[in-house]
Design a protein around this ligand. Structure first.
Ligand code: B12
Length: 476
């Protein structure tokens, strides 16, 4: 049988600018789902984010493939687009089975109980989708257990209100079908340059997951809910075997928290070194993990870790406690100096509160310059769908809290007017450019790329400052 898996394109300009300019990762979720499809069936992946005319491309794919099943993935901000694409797919062929999976389906399955969507998959998809395909071929019902739901099931409401299902054992999750995407489309901006020169700032980058879940419970994050507080880890041998098969030299670890288990990460690094596997890595890490285990990061530097994303969130005041981050400003400072001493480039991310005054923005600008050299990015504090905080603020939203849940658009009222808020928000990124390691360390890069980065940076900041205009699109 024929299967088409689809990742929608971003609807809001800022997400588009980010993907075009600085970071576009492969659709790993769909590659894993495709990995579960039995070998005798035909499966294709269509990532609409890489297309200039995404809706036209989707229609062409439907015509070309004539799929029996179309599977969609999506974050909350993409759920409206998933519904639109599902409708298009039914208009093309009413007999097609549309399956919606991914983060939004897992957290709020009831939102997908609309005409056009037949099956809603919660949780891990590689294992569940395989079963759906097999059932389809046997002519059986496609909904089962707490993982594959249908609005036609009399128990649907009850199942949709339950917490997300448990993930299967990690070794049951299929390996990603990386061969199904155009690999040249995926990259991540790279500013780590130990030799003070880079052949390219935009190397092809593969992504990979070594663990799922997180042991912490920050108030702005939904991972704890999705994973029921579990932290599932692949074995070092399994991780290293997959890394060895990846063709790209650069790998972005898309774990929620890669470095939580010191022993596992030490074993992975040692195995990579023993086998002589030389790649460059990017990962997220908590500041307290870095402070607790500096030697682990030193070992990983030797293994190829060039860039670490750290959610510093704030460098002063009580914001960290409000977010239940369970770290403090002192730990943040220590983590920054440890990374600097080891020679790993810091990518710091900060949270801007909708309640910020001009003074708060100015203080944050100062904190950014104090971190120099570092990559620095910002998100706006937004209650995450699926968390208690999201329920608590239900009456406060100024816009559609799914469509605008990109942690860039505020969904809560701002103390400053929206125009002024985004003027300052955009300014933060201009200040961050001054702290960027490429600029500060005068790294030599191809001239063409310097022009590219100036062009992309200007367009990005322009889009940031204009975000207040997006609210007129809102349907709330
Ligand atoms: C890595 C990551 C990113 C990467 C991009 C990854 C990518 N490929 O595009 C970066 C850093 C760029 C990023 C950015 C953002 N991210 Co992000 N990200 C993650 C993270 C840590 C892992 C995602 C990932 O790659 N998972 C690996 C894949 C293999 O797993 P998976 O997505 O869970 O997929 C499985 C199942 O969901 C299911 N499944 C998925 N799709 C389908 C489809 C079908 C048909 C089926 C059957 C099953 C199925 O099977 C899959 C395989 O097991 C998650 C946290 C998390 N645990 O989800 C946050 C997360 C997904 N991100 C989130 C957000 C909000 C964002 C941003 C919007 C905001 C921000 N500033 O962070 C931006 C927007 C980017 C964009 N392109 O629009 C939220 C989404 C919440 C929500 N309700 O939508 C999460 C959950 C983080 C959080 N703490 O709340 N992100």
């Amino acid at each position: 049988m024929r299967i088409l898996l689809v990742k929608p394109h971003p609807q809001l300009l800022i997400a588009k600018r980010l993907q075009e300019g600085f970071l576009h990762l492969e659709p790993l979720e769909l590659e894993i789902v495709a990995g579960g499809v039995p070998a005798e069936d035909e499966v294709s992946i269509c990532d609409l984010g890489v297309e200039n005319k995404p809706l036209r491309k989707f229609h062409e794919q439907l015509k070309m493939i004539n799929p029996h099943i179309v599977g969609f993935t999506g974050y909350s901000s993409q759920s409206a687009m998933v519904k639109k694409l599902a409708k298009m797919s039914k208009e093309y062929d009413p007999s097609v089975i549309n399956v919606a999976g991914g983060v939004h389906a897992t957290i709020i399955p009831a939102d997908y109980a609309v005409d056009g969507i037949d099956i809603i998959v919660r949780g891990e998809g590689g294992t569940t989708f395989r079963e759906i395909v097999n059932r389809y071929k046997r002519g059986q019902t496609l909904y089962f257990g707490d993982v594959s739901l249908s609005p036609k099931d009399p128990d649907f409401q009850k199942k949709a209100e339950m917490p997300p299902p448990e993930f299967p054992p990690v070794h049951d999750i299929p390996r990603p079908r990386r061969d199904l995407v155009q690999r040249s489309k995926y990259f991540c901006v790279w500013t780590s340059a130990p030799e003070n020169r880079l052949d390219t700032m935009f190397p092809r980058t593969a992504s990979m997951r070594t663990s799922t879940g997180c042991a912490f419970n920050c108030s702005f994050c939904v991972v704890h809910y999705i994973m029921r507080g579990k932290y599932l880890q692949r074995t070092p041998e399994d991780v290293v075997d997959e890394i060895a098969q990846i063709k790209e030299d650069n790998i972005y670890f898309v774990d929620d928290e890669t470095f939580l288990n010191k022993k596992r990460m030490t074993d992975i690094a040692n195995l990579l070194l023993e086998k002589g596997i030389k790649k460059k890595y990017i990962s997220w890490a908590r500041s307290d993990t870095i402070v607790k285990h500096p030697e682990l990061f030193r070992l990983w530097k030797e293994t190829g870790l060039g860039l670490v994303y750290v959610g510093l969130e704030a460098m002063r005041g009580s914001q960290l406690d409000n977010y239940n981050k369970r770290t403090n400003v002192e730990t943040n400072r220590k983590a920054v100096s440890i990374l600097r001493e080891i020679g790993i480039t810091l990518h710091a991310s900060f949270i801007v509160d909708p309640d910020f005054t001009v003074k708060d923005f100015v203080s944050l600008e100062k904190d950014v310059l104090d971190l120099c050299p570092a990559e620095v990015t910002f998100t706006v504090f937004s209650p995450a769908p699926g968390t208690e905080l999201f329920q608590k603020h239900k009456k406060d939203y100024i816009c559609d809290p799914f469509l605008f849940y990109d942690c860039m658009h505020t969904i809560l009222p701002t103390r400053l007017g929206l125009k002024k808020f985004y003027e300052h928000f955009g300014r933060l990124s201009s200040v961050a450019l001054r702290a960027n390691p490429l600029r500060v360390n005068k790294v030599r890069v191809p001239r063409k790329e310097v022009l590219k980065v100036i062009y992309r940076g200007t367009r990005y900041i322009f889009a940031l400052r204009n975000m207040y205009k997006d609210y007129t699109l809102d349907t709330k």
